[in-house]
Design a protein around this ligand. Sequence first.
Ligand code: SF4
Length: 64
Amino acid sequence: MKVTIDASRCEGRGYCARFAPTVFDRDEDGYGRVTVRGEVPEEAVTDARSAASACPEQAITLHE
Ligand code: SF4
C-alpha cells in the first residue's frame, strides 16, 4: 500500500503525524507530508489507515 497527501486539501492539522509517525511528519509550515518512499511497511499499515480516517480534511489517499 502507498499513501499520498493532497496538498490542496491539507489544512495542517497534524493528525497524520500523530496517528502514524513513521509514515507522516509535518513540514516547516505544519502541513502533513509522507516520509516513506514507496510501499508503507507492513507494520505501519494499520497506523496509516487510522491516520487517513482521522484526517478531518480527507486529504490522505490510500493506494491499495
Ligand atoms: S491530518 Fe490531514 S489535514 Fe492534517 S496535516 Fe495530515 S493530511 Fe493535513
